[in-house]
Design a protein around this ligand. Structure first.
Ligand code: SAH
Length: 464
């Protein structure tokens, strides 16, 4: 981060704007919006500045010194200085004078002469969203603001005000921070917010009063577990529900398959606990994980269990929640995009296709005591796509057995490394040659195998 965003209270503070053009006027208007008092310094000023000066709303808040800038214009009472002239000498003089007095300064369009930069602002006061590109692309920042404008309609302003009004009463009723957080989350996600955003302010207030009266403190203490599919890697493949629950968790258990981009979307205050099974030195066995989820939920926490792909596909999700069910802990399961569909899409390999394949079968290639116990006869059926999860270690056996049970040796097969991520690689081969390919190329886990005629389509459909 090149700049730390902070929000400054400028009420009744004195600020200086040097320059008489449109840009200076815009900066002055922004400062006035933040309830600062502004002195404009310029020999002449543009129409926009004149309008500010004559606007009754700003009476006593803005004045104009009809002069060129000199260092005497500064005094220690000033909170901020903005220079926006087209004269480099003047800009430099303002900058140096401000520095000499240690007053924060911004010279428009000259990042090297800025202690702070002014973001693009979406004002839904008391909700204020500020976006900065660190001076790299103001247009991009403005476009983003425009997008947020549709996501955060003006009614959020009223919602923010309502919350502000009730803040103290909620504090008085619920003594614990965690209770208050849950109360507000349910208010701001539920019917109170809906009514407010739909313009039914009275209903919103009545509903909030009712909730405040009727919600018992201990109802807000109940722990819960969210078993959430995190998809194959690309964070854009998360579901809305996954994201929402990730944002309200107190603690999150994740394993190796969950990408760091996805992890970055978990609520910042949540405790993150790695329980991957791959790294032997701090691995947690499955029973321990089940136990951890249970204990944290029993302590009243909202527990996020994040699993790669879909929790119910080779994810042992069922085992984790059966412990919870047995102990009457509430839980929710959120499906995720499983590796087969995510990886196949990003590799340009349709899993079914009218001309090539009418069925698709997902199998695990994980060895059990060195063996692959699969129903080979079922796998070698014609016009069927096979997706093999965890197939690398048993690849040789897999290749041999499929051929032994009648699959043609040159059946197309794809090996996909880290699908849907920037490290995705796709190798196209045949079932006979797969083992050698894997030895030669040393793909990085996780990898997925797709076997069947559909693999040929990669040649024309690869897009990612
Ligand atoms: N529950 C997960 C699967 C867990 S088993 C799901 O639904 O996707 C772990 C196996 O999934 C890995 O060995 C690999 O075969 C596959 N896998 C998961 N993510 C993958 C990815 N991004 N690219 C390739 N294979 C992946």
């Amino acid at each position: 981060m090149d700049y730390l965003p902070i929000f400054i209270d400028l009420k009744e503070q004195h600020c200086l704007v040097v320059g008489g053009g449109e840009i200076a006027a815009r900066k002055a208007a922004l400062l006035l919006k933040a309830q600062a008092s502004v002195t404009l310094i310029a020999p002449e000023i543009a129409e926009a500045s004149r309008q500010l000066l004559s606007d009754n709303n700003h009476a006593g808040k803005i004045n104009w010194i009809t002069a060129s800038f000199s260092a005497d214009c500064l005094d220690d009472a000033q909170a901020l200085i903005i220079a926006a002239t087209d004269d480099q000498q003047v800009n430099l003089a303002v900058y140096q004078a401000a520095k000499a007095r240690k007053i924060l300064v911004n010279v428009a369009d000259q990042p090297e002469m800025c202690d702070f930069i002014l973001p693009s602002v979406l004002d839904r006061s008391p909700i204020v969203v500020a976006i900065s590109s660190g001076g790299k692309s103001p247009i991009l920042a403005r476009q983003l603001r425009a997008r947020l404008e549709t996501l955060i309609p003006p009614a959020y302003s009223k919602l923010g005000q309502l919350a502000g009004k009730y803040r103290q009463r909620v504090k008085d009723k619920f003594s614990k921070l965690s209770q208050r957080r849950r109360f507000w989350e349910s208010v701001l996600q539920g019917s109170v917010a809906e009514n407010m955003l739909a313009g039914r302010e009275n209903l919103a207030v009545t509903e909030l009063e009712r909730l405040l009266d009727e919600t018992a403190s201990d109802a807000l203490q109940q722990g819960e577990v969210y078993l959430v599919g995190a998809g194959p890697g690309d964070p854009d493949l998360l579901t809305f529900k996954a994201l929402r629950l990730m944002q309200q968790a107190d603690v999150a258990f994740y394993d190796r398959l969950v990408s760091k981009e996805v992890l970055a979307l978990v609520r910042k205050e949540a405790e993150l606990i790695y329980v991957g099974k791959q790294r032997a030195w701090h691995s947690k066995r499955q029973e321990e994980i089940n136990q951890l989820l249970l204990e944290h939920a029993q302590a009243g926490k909202r527990v996020l269990r994040l699993k790669g792909g879909d929790p119910f596909i080779f994810g042992r999700g069922g085992e984790e929640i059966s412990t919870l069910a047995a102990n009457n802990i509430p839980f929710q399961v959120v499906p995720g995009i499983t590796a087969a569909s995510g990886v196949a899409s990003y590799a340009g390999i349709p899993l079914t296709h009218r001309d090539y394949s009418q069925s698709c079968i997902f199998v695990t290639g994980q060895l059990k005591e060195g063996e692959l116990a699969l129903n080979w006869q079922a796998l070698v059926q014609p016009r069927q796509t096979i997706v093999v999860y965890m197939g690398l270690a048993g690849l040789k056996t897999l290749s041999q057995q499929l051929q032994k049970h009648g699959m043609r040796p040159d059946m197309p097969a794809a090996l996909v490394q880290q699908g849907t991520t920037e490290n995705q690689r796709v190798w196209i081969s045949t079932i006979a040659e797969l083992p050698e390919l894997a030895l030669r190329e040393e793909p990085v886990a996780p990898t997925l195998l797709i076997i069947g005629e559909v693999v040929q389509l990669h040649a024309s459909l690869a897009w990612f």
